[in-house]
Write a protein that binds this ligand. Structure first.
Ligand SMILES: Nc1ncnc2c1ncn2[C@@H]1O[C@H](COP(=O)(O)OP(=O)(O)OP(=O)(O)O)[C@@H](O)[C@H]1O
Length: 612
């Protein structure tokens, strides 16, 4: 199906105005504060160097004027003395060397500060993302915000050197202006008149460019995604096998060329108007130049002053142009900065202000009262009035066909989402009353879509309780319970083996090996409640049997939930909950359910028949 793609900014939401760009500038002080915090020493060295460097142009021009006037004086003098002349040459030489040195210090400290700041802001984004709820992260609007905050790191580094450069340029211009005002104040007027239209033009285009980039955030996200699936080793197998390259490349080409065309149109217009206004600037320079020449010819100023004035005027013009274009770049980047701060300042949903203490030992267990749930942004109720009790120490299995709502129920237990209606109680207290970290800390969990971290084997197990990453005893214990110890023994580097093929010396594991490693995470702490969501789907029959034998022995007296489509596993549970279309269809022991010819008995018989 053809995809409708927005071809203009106005077609896609709000357009950013020049005023918005100016408003965004108020984020700059906070930005400077953050840069300063990255390294006060570097910031201080950078600022001081820029301050000194700001005066070097006027000093060099002034000394140049003195040299020319001195040469002319000496040419016509009868009694020649060049001491003063050589002194001026020496001063100009020293100023040129100093300017070069300061320039290098500025570049160096800009780079270092930029790196530090960008690292610190990336870390902040990682930490902030962790604070957001799963529901927030799944909303496309949040995802776009995160994308803008994440991808504009370079723009923030540019903004830093531009903003610092702007301060330097301002000081430099004040010193040059002082010289012009002293000799010919009218030149300032010519200068300002010639530069203002160019500035307005730049400001207008920069806000339009930002609007464009912003309104295309989701498409750029899709482009990134296509780039990722089209060129990485995880998808390579399917892409080759199904011959998807053309499909993905075409999709990328269509989307990217739309963005390119609309960007190109804007760049051409910007370039056309920019050149037009620039001609105005050149005209003004030559107008001023002619004026200065006339002043010299009429004897109003010396030749040295001519070089000083024309030099100052030219420099000021370039400085002013730089100042204005930097200003528009700054206000454009400030809009992105605003996105970054907006993301960092996102309000975290607080479920309950007053936290109830978690019971030290779970006495009664969980009670679900008429729990309904629809995913945020979806009308479709995934759970439709689920009620049941799970006693402390009970082992329950959740069974049901694909999409019945088993994993969703687990997500509610773990408080990734809140029920849209109804409640989940633990020992009589609504689970949303507990501190969420303290509450989740009592669970040992493995999800069916567990993540394969391309870290070491040790770290992959320790993510279940990262504080114990160096504790060999705990890690080996967890590995032995999940059969991951077999995987460890097969690796040349043992626990220190890097997993995945992304990094040097990494090894890829088989699906079952990965599952054993992920399962070990659930054993990394002495959790009160174990949740295993299809923990053995990739294991061979013997491994599955061993894993469950160990699990049953280990979780004696512990509350646990297992989701599995394998009935040989499920039947080991104390009670089985059968979900169908988000409702409890059956609940009871294996024997109870087998005695009642409903879904469970039917599915069990179907699977058993398959083994005969
Ligand atoms: N993050 C989500 N946002 C919106 N809908 C979702 C989300 N996750 C799951 N769903 C929907 O919720 C329904 C129940 O999904 P759930 O993962 O709970 O099923 P399940 O019983 O665990 O299935 P399976 O046996 O296939 O793992 C499905 O219709 C699915 O499309």
């Amino acid at each position: 199906m053809a995809r409708s793609i927005p071809t203009s900014i106005s077609e896609k939401g709000k357009k950013t105005s020049v005023q918005d760009s100016f408003k965004a500038l108020k984020t700059i002080p906070r930005f400077f504060k953050e840069i300063y915090r990255s390294s006060p020493t570097l910031f201080f060295i950078n600022s001081l160097s820029r301050l000194f460097n700001a005066f070097t142009p006027v000093v060099i021009l002034w000394v140049g004027k003195m040299i020319i006037d001195e040469i002319i004086k000496q040419v016509f003098a009868t009694d020649k003395d060049f001491t003063q002349l050589w002194k001026y040459v020496l001063i100009e030489f020293a100023a040129a060397i100093l300017s070069d040195l300061l320039g290098r210090v500025i570049n160096l400290t800009d780079g270092l500060l930029g790196d530090l700041y960008s690292n610190a802001s990336s870390e902040k984004i990682i930490r902030k993302t962790a604070e957001l709820t799963i529901a927030q992260l799944e909303e496309p609007e949040f995802y776009d915000k995160l994308e803008r905050a994440r991808t504009q790191t370079n723009s923030r580094v540019d903004l830093m050197s531009n903003a610092l450069g702007q301060a330097e340029s301002m000081i430099s211009m004040v010193s040059l202006i002082a010289g012009l005002v002293y000799f010919e104040p009218i030149l300032i007027l010519i200068l300002i008149v010639s530069i203002i239209p160019s500035f307005i033009n730049e400001a207008k285009f920069s806000s339009t460019r930002y609007s464009l980039a912003r309104s295309w955030t989701s498409e750029r996200r899709e482009l990134d995604y296509l780039r990722f699936i089209g060129a990485n080793n995880q998808t390579a197998k399917e892409i080759k096998l199904f011959g998807l390259t053309d499909f993905i490349a075409e999709r990328f080409k269509n989307l990217s060329s739309d963005y390119y065309l609309i960007n190109k149109k804007l760049s051409l217009r910007q370039s056309f108007y920019g050149s037009l206004f620039n001609i105005l600037g050149v005209l003004s320079y030559y107008g001023a130049y002619v004026y200065i020449i006339l002043r010299v010819l009429s004897g109003g100023i010396t030749i040295g002053e001519l070089t000083f004035l024309s030099g100052s005027f030219n420099r000021l013009r370039t400085n002013l142009q730089g100042f204005f274009s930097r200003f528009t770049r700054i206000s454009e980047s400030a809009l992105y900065l605003q996105d970054y701060f907006d993301f960092i300042d996102l309000k975290i949903e607080k479920t309950s202000e007053l936290k109830t203490e978690m019971p030290k030992i779970i006495k009664e267990g969980f009670v679900l009262n008429d729990v309904h749930f629809a995913y945020p942004g979806s009308e479709n109720e995934v759970l439709k009035g689920v009620s049941f009790k799970m006693k402390a120490g009970e082992k329950m299995a959740f069974v049901g066909q694909n999409g019945a709502g088993k994993t969703t129920l687990i997500k509610l237990f773990l408080r990734f989402y809140e029920p849209t209606q109804g409640e989940i109680l633990l020992d009589g207290i609504n689970i949303n009353k507990f501190d969420v970290d303290e509450y989740r800390n009592r669970f040992g969990v493995i999800f069916q879509d567990f993540f394969k971290y391309e870290f070491t084997l040790r770290e992959n197990i320790a993510v279940g309780n990262i504080y114990e990453v160096e504790n060999d005893e705990v890690i080996n214990y967890a590995a032995s319970k999940s059969l991951a110890e077999q995987v460890v023994s097969e690796m040349t580097d043992g626990l220190e083996q890097r997993l995945g093929r992304r990094f040097y010396k990494g090894t890829e594991l088989s699906g079952g090996q990965w599952q054993k490693v992920a399962l070990a995470r659930a054993y990394m702490k002495d959790a009160d409640i174990m949740v295993l969501d299809e923990p053995t789907s990739a294991l061979d029959a013997q491994a599955e049997f061993d894993v469950f034998e160990r699990f049953i022995a280990l979780t004696k007296g512990k509350t646990s939930i297992i989701i599995s489509h394998r009935f040989s596993t499920v039947r080991m549970a104390d009670r089985i909950l059968v979900l169908q279309h988000g409702k409890v269809l059956e609940l009871g022991t294996h024997q109870d359910l087998m005695a009642d010819p409903k879904l469970y008995a039917e599915l069990f018989a179907l699977q058993a028949a398959g083994y005969q």
